[in-house]
Design a binder for this molecule. Structure first.
Ligand code: UTP
Length: 288
C-alpha cells in the first residue's frame, strides 16, 4: 500500500505572530531565503509524496503562488542571462500536484482535516503541521512511512516534551514495542502536568487511515467552537491501534518566536552561513 498523498492545513490565524500574520501567513516566514512551507513540501516530495492538498484560507493565496511557475520572471532572468538567480528559483519543488481547499473559518485542526476527505479518496494519507520544521538526514515522514510499511498501522510522530510545555501538547500513554516505537494506549489533550500519562507529546506528522473522517464527523465542537483531532485519534486507537514514533531529527516549532529564531540559526549553520563576523557580533551582543 503506497502512500502518495499529503494534507497540509495552513488555515489557522497564526495569532502568536501578530501583527506580521495580519498580512502574511506564518507559513511564509523566512528561514533565511526559504519560507517555512518550502521545507515542509520538500520533506513530503523527498519522501515519495506526489499529491499535496493545502487546507487554506482565502487570505493565503501567496502560499500557492510560491509553488506555481512564474514564466514571466523566468523569461526575464533568461533574457538577462542571470543563471545564478534562475538556479535559486529552481530550488522550489515542482515535481508534485498541488491542490487546495478553502476552510472558510478556522474551526480547528479536526475540521480542517475533514475538508480533505474527497482528496484522500479512501486511501491512507499523511498530514503535516507546517509549524513543525524538522531538520533530519532522512525526511521524518519517510522514516514514518517505513514504520507504516512494516506494521501496517497509523503512525504519529512523538517527542519527549519538556515539563513546562506538557500542557500545550496531546500527551500519549505509551507501551514500548521496540526502540523508538510505542503502541499508543491513550491520549490526553493539553493536560495539566499531574494528569499527563508520560512526557511523550504528539507533534506535527501523522499517517492516518481514511476511517479518521468518520470519527471527526462524530466530534462536537469544543468551548472555542473548534473540532480538535485528538478525540478522533483516541477512537482510532480502539479500532486500528496507533503507533507513536520517536523520530530522528531536531524539531523547531516555528509558530513559537524563540524556536523560529533557532530554526534560522540551525539552517544557517547547516548551510555554513554563520560567518565569523556573525558569530563575533552575536558573542558581543550577548556578552558570551
Ligand atoms: P495552531 O494551533 O498552531 O493554530 O494550528 P494557528 O492558528 O495556526 O496558530 P496560533 O496558535 O494562533 O499562533 C496547527 C495547524 O493547523 C492549522 C494551522 O494553520 C496550523 O498549521 N489549522 C488550525 C487550520 O488549518 N485550521 C484551523 O481551523 C486550525
Amino acid at each position: 500500500m503506497k502512500i502518495r498523498k499529503a494534507v497540509i492545513p495552513v488555515a489557522g490565524l497564526g495569532t502568536r505572530f501578530l501583527p506580521y500574520t495580519k498580512a502574511i501567513p506564518k507559513e511564509m516566514l523566512p528561514i533565511m531565503d526559504l519560507p517555512v512551507i518550502h521545507f515542509i513540501v520538500e520533506e513530503a516530495v523527498n519522501s515519495g509524496i506526489n499529491e499535496i492538498l493545502l487546507i487554506t484560507s482565502k487570505d493565503k493565496k501567496c502560499i500557492e503562488d510560491y509553488f506555481r511557475p512564474n514564466k514571466k520572471l523566468e523569461n526575464f532572468l533568461k533574457l538577462r542571462n542571470k543563471k545564478e538567480c534562475l538556479q535559486q528559483l529552481r530550488r522550489v519543488p515542482d515535481n508534485f500536484k498541488l491542490y487546495s481547499v478553502i476552510q472558510k473559518e478556522p474551526k480547528g485542526l479536526g475540521h480542517a482535516i475533514l475538508l480533505s476527505e474527497k482528496f484522500v479518496n479512501g486511501e491512507y494519507f499523511t498530514v503535516f503541521l507546517p509549524d513543525d520544521l524538522i531538520f533530519s538526514e532522512k525526511p521524518v515522514i519517510k522514516q514514518m512511512l517505513e514504520i507504516f510499511a512494516k506494521y501496517k498501522k497509523p503512525v504519529v510522530a512523538i517527542e519527549k516534551i519538556e515539563r513546562k510545555k506538557i500542557s500545550s501538547y496531546g500527551i500519549i500513554k505509551p507501551k514500548k514495542v521496540c526502540n523508538g516505537i510505542y503502541d499508543i494506549l491513550d491520549i490526553i489533550e493539553k493536560p495539566p502536568i499531574e494528569k499527563a500519562f508520560s512526557n511523550f507529546g504528539i507533534v506535527g506528522r501523522y499517517i492516518l487511515p481514511p476511517e479518521i473522517f468518520k470519527y471527526i464527523r462524530k466530534q462536537k465542537t469544543n468551548i472555542k467552537k473548534e473540532i480538535q483531532l485528538t478525540d478522533s485519534l483516541k477512537e482510532l486507537i480502539n479500532i486500528n491501534g496507533i503507533l507513536g514514533y520517536e523520530f530522528e531529527g531536531v524539531r523547531c516549532d516555528t509558530g513559537d518566536k524563540t524556536e523560529y529564531m533557532l530554526a534560522i540559526f540551525r539552517y544557517a549553520s547547516i548551510k555554513k552561513e554563520l560567518t565569523k563576523r556573525f558569530k563575533k557580533e552575536i558573542k558581543k551582543m550577548f556578552r558570551i
